[in-house]
Design a protein around this ligand. Sequence first.
Ligand SMILES: [Ca+2]
Ligand SMILES: [Ca+2]
Length: 154
Amino acid sequence: MKRLRKLSISLMATACLLAFGSSSAFAKTGWADSFETAEVMYSSVNQSSGFSATQYLDSMSDNDYYLVDNTNGSSVVSFSVIATPPPNFDIIMGVIKMDASGAILSIQMDNWNGPGYAEAIGMSAKPGEKVYFRIMDNGINNYNEPYTIQFTKY
Ligand SMILES: [Ca+2]
Ligand SMILES: [Ca+2]
């Protein structure tokens, strides 16, 4: 019975996903899957001191990109990013820093902590730099619950 209910809920979610294909509330594969479609957490043009989002990864092939963009900035931006997975979900946070021309300055894949535990980084971006954060799963995971990502400017 419990299983049946779960199935009908997931069918409903699928129906909603079809009805509101572009809604970020059901964002999954197809949302923020590349550098070009990254969700902007901070931009030197439209500065914010904080950002947070709650999103789902739906499968091993899904991933979400987020951007801290200091391309047109006039000063160094120092900040932290914390990605917190649901229980039984092992998250990997890729951190890709680029210069204004898109040349990659550094890449790291942070996976310090296991299922249910956050990956976090404190760093800075000089004027002209941008940093992409790529949220991925580490193997097969619990896809029924969302992860959260939080950007905080120091
Ligand atoms: Ca995605
Ligand atoms: Ca991890």
